[in-house]
Ligand binder design. Structure first.
Ligand code: SF4
Ligand code: F3S
Ligand code: FES
Length: 254
């Protein structure tokens, strides 16, 4: 069957006009805006319901305004570089389908909150990575290096499996109301990163990490808001991981 203006062929998805309302800013400013001033700009693109927000952003950048700035790399939910606030919720642009957003209405796209905006949808990730470095995200052991791999049972591996899935996208940390208002809080991702090692039977640095997280910038800042768990594109039970770290600190049991 061939497509006509009235009826698309079987399997063919009709294109539609989608509006994206994007919160922009330029460090150098422009004739209309001061350096760093944020302002809204609307774009219309032809897209399919099965396209992703990232596809629509690419269309804008490649066909309408090459100055639109956003991070992306893998385009398949692996690298974690395109977390942004889409319709008031942190999501990965490459994993968000237009059809799941009611594309009949303008789609609101903003940079993630709580980190300094550099340009358009790009934020300065350095404070986020600095918190991650604080928890020493590497295997710590004592004694001589072993002559063979360190063994671990399937049960021991399962203990921290969930938190190994983190792709460092910052969707959790930048959806946390405590992180937005408290410049000291490490944020949920740093705790997820610590959890991955604290509960690893091969690691011997768990108490060093727990000491860091027991600090005033650590786990006790968490108010169990659950935004982080809802935002995580990897489905990690972030709030549960945080509560396990709190429990380890109160009971001393790992
Ligand atoms: Fe992203 Fe989830 Fe990792 Fe947070 S825990 S950085 S939301 S993958
Ligand atoms: Fe924030 Fe998540 Fe705790 S949103 S308050 S870190 S449960
Ligand atoms: Fe890599 Fe979206 S571009 S996760």
């Amino acid at each position: 069957m061939t497509a006509t203006a009235e009826s698309p062929a079987v399997g063919e998805v009709q294109a539609m006009l989608v509006t994206l309302r994007i919160l922009r800013s330029k460090p150098e400013g422009s004739d209309d805006h001061a350096p760093g001033e944020q302002y809204w700009q609307e774009f219309q693109v032809e897209a399919h319901a099965t396209d992703r927000v990232l596809d629509a952003l690419h269309k804008i950048k490649w066909e309408q305004d090459g100055s639109l700035a956003f991070r992306r790399s893998c385009a398949h939910g692996v690298c974690g570089s395109d977390a942004m606030r889409i319709n008031a919720r942190n999501r990965l642009a490459c994993k968000t389908l237009l059809k799941d957003l009611n594309p009949a209405k303008p789609i609101i796209v903003e940079p993630i909150k709580g980190l300094p905006v550099e340009k358009d949808l790009i934020v300065d990730m350095e404070p986020f990575f600095a918190s991650y470095r604080e928890i020493m995200p590497f295997l710590m052991t004592t004694g001589n290096a072993p002559t063979r791999e360190r063994l671990q049972s399937p049960e021991e591996r399962a203990r921290f499996d969930d938190t190994t899935k983190c792709i460092m996208c910052a969707a959790c940390t930048t959806s946390c109301p405590v992180f937005w208002t408290d410049g000291q809080y490490f944020g949920p991702q740093a705790i997820v990163g610590a959890h991955r090692f604290i509960f690893d039977s091969r690691d011997e640095g768990q108490w060093d990490r727990l000491e860091v997280l027991n600090d005033k910038a650590g786990v006790w800042k968490c108010r169990t808001a659950f935004n982080c768990t809802e935002a995580c594109p990897r489905g990690i039970e972030v709030t549960k991981a945080i509560s396990e770290v709190k429990k380890a600190l109160t009971t001393g049991a790992i």
